[in-house]
Design a protein around this ligand. Structure first.
Ligand code: ZN
Length: 445
C-alpha cells in the first residue's frame, strides 16, 4: 500500500497543492491562462510533448507521451482544469483554493471535480516508469478549460486538431466509489436539451378582478406545461421516444447487477418514485423531462392581487442515444402549436447528444478485471453503461473514435460544485496503485 510519506506521493501532493491554488473558475474567466501554463510545466517535467492550443476562449492543453504509434496501444486521458465558483464562501470550513489535508481527507474546490483525478493518473504513470523504466503505452492528455460552462469551444478544438486525438481508449475525467463503497466504472452519459417556454398574455399586468374575463400568462403556461408529461413520468410529446435506442442485452445485464439506491429514505421523498421499481434501469436508459424553474407574477411576501402578463419556464430533457437535441426541441414546438399554444414561445438554449456503450472490449475487460482483483472481488466493483448525468462524451468519441470509460478518486459524498468539496486520501492512494497495475497489464493486450 502506498503511503503519504513515499517520496512519489509527497511529490504528487505538492503538485496537487499547486494545481488547487489556481482559482480556475471558468464562469468568471479567472486564472485560466495561469492554470494552463501550470499544466504545461507539469507535462514538460514529465517529459511529454506539450502544446497549449489557444485559438478559442479557453485554452486546451494537449500533451503526449508517445512510444510508437504503430505498435502500441494509445490511451487518451480527458480531463478539465476549470472548476465551479467557490461561492457561498462563508459555508467553507477552509480556504477553497488552499488544499486542506485532514486525517483522512483532501478538501478544496476542484479536488474531486477533477484536479486530483489528473494528478493521480500522472502519479500512476510516474510509478509505472519508476518500476519499469519507460511508459507502458502511448498516452495522450486532453485537458479543457471550459467544461463547467458546457464545454465551451471543445468542439472547435476537437475539429481543428482532429488528427491529434486518435486513441484506443479514453479514460474520462473522474469517477467515484458509490454509496455501497463499490469502485464504479461508467461507459456513458445522457445528452441534454435545455429550453425556455414563455407565455405573454397582455401588454401589462392587470388587476386580478379582470380574471373574470381575461386569461393570464400564468394559466396559459401552466396548461402548456401540463401537456408535456403524464403524472407517472411518461413524456407525451409525439415522436419523443422514436429514436430511443434500446439497451443491448449486455447493457441491461450490467445494470441488473447493480444495487438500487434507496432514494425514498435518503431524500425523504414526499412523492412516489416515477416508474418504480427499476431505478437503475431508468437512471441509465430513460430520457426525462424536467421543469427547472417557473417564474411569473407576484413572488414576494404577502398578497398582490394581480393577473400576470408574462410567465417563463425553464426546462430540460435528458436524452439517450440516438435522440437529437434539436429534433426533440422541434417536436416540442410543433406539439404545442398543434394543441393551440402557438403563442407560447419556445427558445432553444443548449443541447448535447448522449453517448453509451457496454464496456465490452479487450482493454476495458482488462481494466475491470484489474479493479476486481485490486478492490477485492466482483461485488466491490460496479460497471454501468451510462451515468444519469450529462457531459461531452459523444463529442469526444466522435473525434477520438475510441470507447470511453470513466473512473477515478472520488466518492459519493464529495460535495462536487458545493462548499467543502473533498475526497478521501485513501481513495486517492488506492486509485494510483490500481491504475498503475492496469498500466502494467496494457502492454500484454
Ligand atoms: Zn463539474
Amino acid at each position: 500500500m502506498l503511503k503519504l510519506t513515499d517520496p512519489l506521493i509527497e511529490e504528487s501532493i505538492e503538485n496537487l497543492k499547486e494545481y488547487i491554488s489556481f482559482p480556475s473558475v471558468s464562469a468568471k474567466n479567472q486564472s485560466i491562462n495561469e492554470t494552463a501554463n501550470f499544466l504545461k510545466k507539469l507535462f514538460d517535467d514529465l517529459g511529454a510533448e506539450v502544446q497549449i492550443l489557444d485559438d478559442y476562449s479557453k485554452p486546451l492543453v494537449y500533451a503526449e507521451l508517445i512510444l510508437d504509434e504503430s505498435t502500441n496501444k494509445t490511451i487518451l486521458i480527458y480531463d478539465h482544469y476549470d472548476v465551479q465558483p467557490e461561492e457561498p464562501v462563508e459555508l467553507w470550513y477552509s480556504d477553497p483554493f488552499e488544499l486542506k489535508i485532514t486525517k483522512d481527507k483532501f478538501i478544496a474546490r476542484g479536488v474531486s471535480d477533477c484536479k486530483a483525478d489528473l494528478i493521480s493518473r500522472i502519479t500512476a504513470l510516474k510509478l509505472y516508469k519508476q518500476e519499469n523504466g519507460d511508459w507502458p503505452c502511448n498516452i495522450k492528455f486532453v485537458i479543457e478549460g471550459g467544461e463547467e460552462i458546457a464545454s465551451e469551444n471543445l468542439e472547435e478544438y476537437l475539429k481543428k486538431y482532429s488528427s491529434l486525438f486518435s486513441a484506443d481508449l479514453v479514460i474520462w475525467e473522474s469517477g467515484i466509489k458509490n454509496e455501497n463503497e463499490q469502485f464504479s466504472f461508467n461507459g456513458g452519459n445522457k445528452g441534454i436539451v435545455c429550453f425556455e417556454l414563455e407565455a405573454i398574455s397582455a401588454s401589462t399586468d392587470l388587476h386580478s378582478s379582470f380574471a373574470a374575463v381575461v386569461d393570464s400568462a400564468s394559466w396559459r403556461l401552466n396548461e402548456a406545461l401540463s401537456l408535456l408529461r403524464s403524472s407517472n413520468g411518461e413524456i407525451l410529446i409525439p415522436g419523443f421516444y422514436d429514436d430511443v435506442l434500446d439497451p443491448s442485452d449486455r447493457e441491461k445485464e450490467l445494470v441488473d447487477n447493480t444495487i438500487a439506491p434507496d432514494f425514498k429514505s435518503k431524500w425523504d421523498l414526499k412523492t412516489d418514485l416515477l416508474k418504480n421499481p427499476s431505478i437503475n434501469y431508468n437512471l441509465a436508459f430513460s430520457p426525462t423531462i424536467n421543469i427547472e424553474g417557473i417564474s411569473t407574477g407576484w413572488e414576494g411576501e404577502g398578497v398582490k392581487t394581480v393577473t400576470p402578463k408574462k410567465a417563463i419556464a425553464k426546462l430540460e430533457c435528458r436524452l439517450v442515444p440516438d435522440q437529437d437535441p434539436k429534433d426533440i426541441f422541434n417536436k416540442i414546438n410543433a406539439y404545442l402549436s398543434e394543441n393551440g399554444f402557438e403563442d407560447v414561445k419556445a427558445t432553444y438554449l443548449m443541447g448535447e447528444k448522449s453517448y453509451r456503450w457496454d464496456l465490452d472490449s479487450k482493454i476495458t475487460n482488462k481494466l475491470i478485471e484489474t479493479a476486481v482483483n485490486y478492490y477485492g472481488g466482483k461485488d466491490k466493483v460496479e460497471v454501468l453503461p451510462s451515468s444519469p448525468g450529462t457531459g461531452p462524451m459523444h463529442l469526444v468519441n466522435q473525434y477520438t473514435k475510441a470507447p470511453i470509460v470513466s473512473c477515478g478518486v472520488s466518492y459519493s459524498q464529495a460535495n462536487n460544485h458545493a462548499p467543502n468539496e473533498n475526497i478521501r486520501i485513501n481513495d486517492y492512494l488506492e486509485f494510483i496503485e490500481f491504475f498503475e497495475k492496469f498500466l502494467t497489464e496494457v502492454k500484454g493486450i
